[in-house]
Design a protein around this ligand. Structure first.
Ligand code: SF4
Length: 400
């Protein structure tokens, strides 16, 4: 597996595969083919069907304008692409096409160029299945976070940056009122939820309100193109930070322990990325929100000092009960159902952690690896209309 730096990416929303990756692809093309005086970009599949709402054309346009290159961006809704998120870049000089590259957005902000090896991202973890990781840590007497620090040697300072950005995204989201961009005219709700916290609210209700407000804050920032951390993606970026902010505010956990828990959460996200998928276009929302919920559950379980098996069980429960969750953002905006879904998943992460602490992990019949395999298979069985194309589910049935 790659470093956690490849999972936790700091960038602009609203979608790792639809904004972070297309920006990266545009920069790659522009910097490599400097001789081009005109570039045409054609978007296919999910990038065409939900590109407007996900600001794909906006980010490509902005990046090319920053480089002073004349360009045209077109949406191709008809032809079947080689991958659900495909971009074809045509580079021209003096009206002659001189280069064509097909670039795929493969999830979590990563790209690959068809037929080319990109500058290779080093594989620094020797394992990708939790089964093997557990055997390794047992043999070497390590905890899960020590496992991360053994192979991802300089990750701690980066996790500090991730921590700061997660808090910042919440703070910024809590301060912004008004309406999100786009035709849904969706009101931002985070500040109102946060302001509704009352001293005499029952404690459990207070905590839930707080977590909900934090999750909304990040998800609304993401929806408006604000800066967030992919955890594991932009669309699901509010789940883990809301649990993290709760931990910070609760004053129950030393800072170092929160960073360790962030490492553990990242490890679980990385396992899903490498053994299943974290892409909504590939496997539906279970791959995004389901993974985020399992990362948050692992984070909470690690923070609470549960055993490795119980941390696994918390993450497994969180992902298992998102199996089959479809991706159907209305009009392609990462707003409905995405924003509310971040809050629901954050609350579920607490439940998954609580449940794991009540159960005997030795009795568990379902491993995390098994649920990852099942999630990928389920994702492949989902019709294309449920995989970030905005052609099924709520997106199809919603009427203005
Ligand atoms: S429905 Fe889920 S996977 Fe789809 S865009 Fe929204 S958050 Fe991402």
């Amino acid at each position: 597996m790659h470093s956690l730096k490849e999972l936790y990416k700091i960038g602009n929303g609203p979608s790792s595969s639809h904004t972070i990756a297309p920006k990266k692809a545009t920069l790659l093309f522009v910097n490599k083919y400097k001789e081009c005086d005109f570039i045409k970009v054609t978007l296919y599949g999910s990038l065409a069907l939900t590109g407007k709402g996900h600001l794909t054309d906006y980010i490509i346009d902005k990046t090319l304008n920053e480089h002073g290159i004349e360009h045209e961006i077109e949406f191709n809704y008809l032809d079947l692409p080689p991958h659900p998120n495909t971009m074809i870049f045509h580079g021209y000089k003096n009206n002659q096409e001189i280069v064509t590259k097909t670039i795929l957005s493969i999830g979590g902000g990563s790209i690959s160029v068809l037929g080319e090896m990109l500058e290779e991202i080093p594989i620094i973890y020797p394992h990708k299945y939790l089964y093997d990781i557990k055997n390794y840590i047992l043999e070497n007497n390590l905890t899960l976070c020590e496992y991360v620090y053994t192979f991802d040697k300089d990750i701690k300072p980066y996790l500090e940056e991730v921590y700061k950005q997660m808090i910042k995204s919440i703070q910024e989201g809590l301060e912004k009122d008004g309406v999100l961009h786009g035709e849904l005219k969706l009101k931002r709700k985070a500040p109102a939820i946060y302001k509704s916290l009352k001293q005499d609210d029952q404690e459990i209700y207070r905590i839930k309100k707080e977590i909900t407000a934090y999750a909304y804050a990040v998800a609304e920032e993401n929806a408006s193109g604000g800066q967030i951390v992919t955890a594991p993606t932009c669309g699901a970026a509010g789940v883990l930070p809301s649990c993290l902010m709760w931990a910070v505010k609760s004053n129950q956990y030393p800072h170092g322990k929160i960073i360790d828990a962030l490492a553990v959460a990242g490890l679980f996200g990385n396992i899903v990325k490498f053994t299943a998928s974290i892409s909504g276009a590939e496997a539906g929302c279970q791959a995004e929100i389901g993974t985020a919920c399992s990362m948050a559950a692992a984070f909470l379980a690690s923070l609470r000092g549960l055993s490795t098996d119980s941390i696994e069980q918390a993450a497994e429960i969180a992902l298992e009960h998102h199996l089959g969750l479809t991706c159907d953002p209305i009009q392609g905006y990462v707003q409905i159902p995405c924003i509310e879904r971040n809050a629901v998943a954050a609350l579920r992460a607490f439940d998954a952690c609580d449940l794991a602490s009540m159960l005997d992990s030795k009795d568990s019949k379902i491993s995390f690896d098994l649920v990852c395999k099942t999630m990928l298979e389920t994702g492949k069985d989902l019709g294309e209309h449920y995989r970030e194309t905005s052609t099924g589910g709520l997106a199809r049935n919603y009427k203005v």
